[in-house]
Design a protein around this ligand. Structure first.
Ligand code: NAD
Length: 455
């Protein structure tokens, strides 16, 4: 049994009394201060793990957590409030309320692609809800995992702990009777987590991945679409769970879209992205080989490299790459790409695209670019996905009044803002009897009919 788990779980009952609004706010303030105090270590760690440009680390790792903390501090009092609900007719004479209570002790398992914000973001929600948490950062981003441990060391040891390690550590933690497991990672490991949770009946939030498609309509502003897609796809070298995975474009506009994407790539990363200070690297040699292999296989089977395609294994650099003439037999159309490779697929009728999307697992995000409302509405209504972005990519992640999560293969439950708070809370119904005629529910029964509940 992990000593950290024992320490945290032992305090669960005392925390119900002593971890109120004031203390939760203090913990969040301490987390905010710790992140600030370790900023240069954070920037260096993300550079070491992912070659992440400093500005991108600030925007995609630090800012989302600091915003989550500020938003939570602003709204926590309201989220924690005991809410009165009106009696239904059958319950006249009672008083009822919903009282959010902390689930207890939580396990947060994080991936490597945004290794800081996906470890500490859920922690904000756990602390807001009044839970203690053990964080298991990803072993594939070891420098950041070390910084997460140093940040957490600034918080009370009976509230948060970090357990570093790989699959073995995660498996050992999953065997412990946590009250809630918040997992971010691949759908394959999501299944392992849910199976482990079945043994202890822990509740789970699963933030998973998959192929997030882009659908371009005939009336889309292609320049604007290309800008958004290039940003969404090539930020963090494509290693983003909600990155556009592939693009469907009306066949007649395929050439124009590719030209616009090429122009955007040059605008963002220069003529030689390898020399750009704004383009990240692939996390490790295994993922580099996987991505380079996907491009090679696609080429061999007849795909064309419209942009990029160059690679440097030593530097774990893969250029922003656009493929055309891909087909369903190629890995690029089958697996989540999770790298800077973008297949552009021409289509003749929207129905084909909708059928294809609906035949696969439900995506984490779906993006549609179009001016015409009926086209947009049709794509929204006739597909199912974790979220939809209209004429935008990625940004729904930053909108804290929206739930963030997947559906089916892309996840279960939601994070961010009040949804994060709810993930770590139990909404406890409390019913108080004042003068309800509940005797009418009790024997002796009169012919199977309730005496009073005619109302
Ligand atoms: P992963 O599933 O391989 O690993 C995630 C975490 O699980 C790591 O901490 C790892 O140590 C642990 N783990 C790995 N194998 C395990 C096992 N057998 N048992 C228990 N724990 C295990 O995912 P990854 O490669 O780190 O991240 C990439 C995936 O995460 C992609 O599919 C991506 O789309 C998804 N993702 C989703 C979100 C989201 O918010 N929905 C965010 C980022 C990444």
């Amino acid at each position: 049994m992990s000593a950290a788990f024992e320490r945290l779980a032992a305090g669960a009952i005392a925390r119900r009394r002593s971890f109120g609004l004031k203390e939760r706010r203090a913990a969040l303030e301490a987390l905010r201060a710790a992140i600030g105090a370790h900023e240069s270590a954070i920037l260096a760690a993300l550079k070491a793990d992912l070659g992440k440009p400093e500005a991108e680390t600030r925007l995609t790792e630090i800012l989302p957590i600091q915003s989550e903390i500020s938003h939570t501090l602003r709204h926590l009092r309201g989220w924690m409030r005991v809410r009165r609900v009106r009696p239904t007719l059958a319950m006249l004479g009672t008083r009822a309320r919903i009282r959010p209570e902390p689930k207890g002790t939580a396990l947060i398992i994080a991936p490597w692609n945004y290794p800081l914000s996906l470890a500490l973001g859920p922690l904000v929600s756990a602390l807001a809800a009044g839970c203690a948490a053990v964080i298991k950062p990803s072993e594939l981003a070891p420098a950041t995992a070390g910084v997460v441990a140093r940040i957490v060391a600034d918080l009370p040891a009976d509230l948060v702990a970090v357990e570093q390690g790989g699959v073995e550590t995660a498996s050992a933690l999953l065997a412990l009777p946590f009250d809630h497991i918040f997992f971010t990672g691949s759908p394959e490991v999501g299944r392992v987590v849910m199976a482990a949770a079945a043994k202890t009946l822990a509740s789970v939030t699963l933030e998973l991945g998959g192929k997030s498609p882009v659908v371009i309509g005939p009336g889309a502003d292609l320049a604007r679409a290309a800008r958004m897609i290039a940003w969404g796809k090539f930020a963090n070298a494509g290693q983003t769970c909600i990155a556009p995975d592939h693009v469907f474009v009306p066949r007649a506009q395929e050439g124009a879209l590719i030209a616009a994407l090429r122009a955007e790539i040059t605008r963002m990363y220069g003529a030689e992205p390898k020399a750009s200070g704004s383009f990240a690297r692939i996390i490790n040699a295994r993922h580099f080989a996987r991505l380079a292999g996907l491009v090679d296989e696609a080429r061999l089977k007849g795909a064309e490299v419209a942009v990029g395609g160059t690679a440097d294994a030593q530097a774990r650099y893969l250029a922003p790459t656009i493929l055309t003439r891909t087909s369903a037999e190629m890995g690029v159309e089958q697996t989540e790409l999770f790298g800077p490779i973008l297949p552009v697929i021409g289509y003749d009728r929207l129905e084909e695209v909708l059928e294809r999307i609906n035949a696969g697992p439900k995506p984490l995000a779906l993006y549609v670019f179009e001016k015409e409302r009926t086209f947009i509405e049709r794509v929204c209504a006739e597909t199912s996905s974790g979220a939809v972005g209209i004429n935008v990519t990625l940004a729904h992640y930053l909108h804290l009044n929206l739930p963030f999560g997947g559906i089916g293969n892309s996840g279960l439950g939601a994070a961010h803002g009040i949804w994060g708070f709810r993930a770590f809370s139990h909404e406890k119904p409390v019913l108080e009897n004042r003068f309800a005629p509940l005797g009418n529910f009790m024997p002796p029964y009169s012919g199977g009919k309730l005496k009073l509940i005619r109302a």
